[in-house]
Design a protein around this ligand. Structure first.
Ligand code: IPE
Ligand code: IPE
Ligand code: MG
Length: 249
């Protein structure tokens, strides 16, 4: 990464999604236990939210815990849950003062009662905020989300609330957890893994993908800015030719 780059402030993505991966390997590298890695990861998440706020990004979605992550050892799952509640509680005041709105996506029914309560407190208290929207993907699975959208549609269909032939992509998007939120223009994954891990499968159909070898706890403000700089040098063609895109400029 060069240290000398200039961001185009007129081309900041509206929505950035992040797969925050590598906490465990960061811990291992530093001779610490995995939970210490997650604690550092929580700090990096806070920094990413602050950077998003500074840059005027409107939505940031952070993949904090997948449906598949329930299969991890119980001690790690419990540690992650308490880290999550304490860091949300800690940031409550800051989020409100900075006009940040908090949302979660995922299957809440799997979450322990205290985690659900803590989150819904902040979600409710921040619901009318109009600045940055922070979306935490928690107990989240992209396939579950799509399936639950299909179930919602089938129920509406049974109740004869719509005609199947008129069903549009927009109607379907509105049945997902992310209803009303624009698709991410940029998806970042840390830790050198090149996979999506069941994240936002529908929503990232045309997102620009950015991968870095850095472990999540090491992902700095500079790294975030660089990912956006990289995004700004992509040509988003959406199926068209380069010439067609250039002609529209
Ligand atoms: C990401 O870090 C955080 C969660 C999945 C909760 P990991 O815990 O997956 O870290 P690695 O991949 O083992 O290094
Ligand atoms: C993806 O990371 C989920 C989160 C970052 C919360 P994982 O570490 O769970 O992904 P896989 O299992 O390596 O694909
Ligand atoms: Mg991982």
């Amino acid at each position: 990464m060069t240290n000398n780059f200039q961001l185009d402030l007129n081309n900041i993505p509206k929505h950035v999604a992040v797969i925050m991966d590598g906490n465990g390997r960061w811990a291992e590298k530093h001779g610490k236990n995995r939970l210490e890695g997650h604690a550092q990861g929580a700090k990096a998440a806070r920094l990413a939210v602050e950077t998003a706020h500074k840059l005027g990004i409107k939505y940031i979605t952070l993949y904090a815990f997948s449906m598949e992550n329930w299969q991890r050892p119980e001690s790690e799952v419990n540690g992650l849950m308490s880290l999550l509640t304490s860091s949300i509680a800690h940031q409550f005041k800051d989020l409100i003062e900075n006009n940040v709105r908090l949302l979660t996506i995922g299957d809440n029914s799997y979450l322990p009662e205290n985690v659900r309560k803590e989150i819904s407190n902040v979600v409710n208290a921040s619901s009318s905020n109009t600045g940055l929207t922070v979306i935490i993907a928690l107990s989240y699975s992209g396939r579950h989300e799509i399936l639950s959208g299909v179930k919602k549609l089938l129920t509406k269909f049974q109740d004869q609330k719509f005609d199947i032939n008129s069903l549009s992509e927009e109607d379907f998007s509105n049945c997902l957890y992310t209803a009303g939120i624009p698709d991410p223009e940029l998806l970042i994954r840390t830790s050198g893994e090149y996979r999506i891990s069941n994240f936002l499968l529908w929503q990232i159909s045309y997102s620009e993908l950015y991968f870095t070898n850095k472990f999540w706890p090491d992902f700095s403000e500079e790294d975030f800015r660089y990912a956006i700089y990289d995004y700004q040098h992509r040509q988003r063609r959406f199926g068209k030719t380069s010439n067609q895109i250039d002609e529209c400029k």
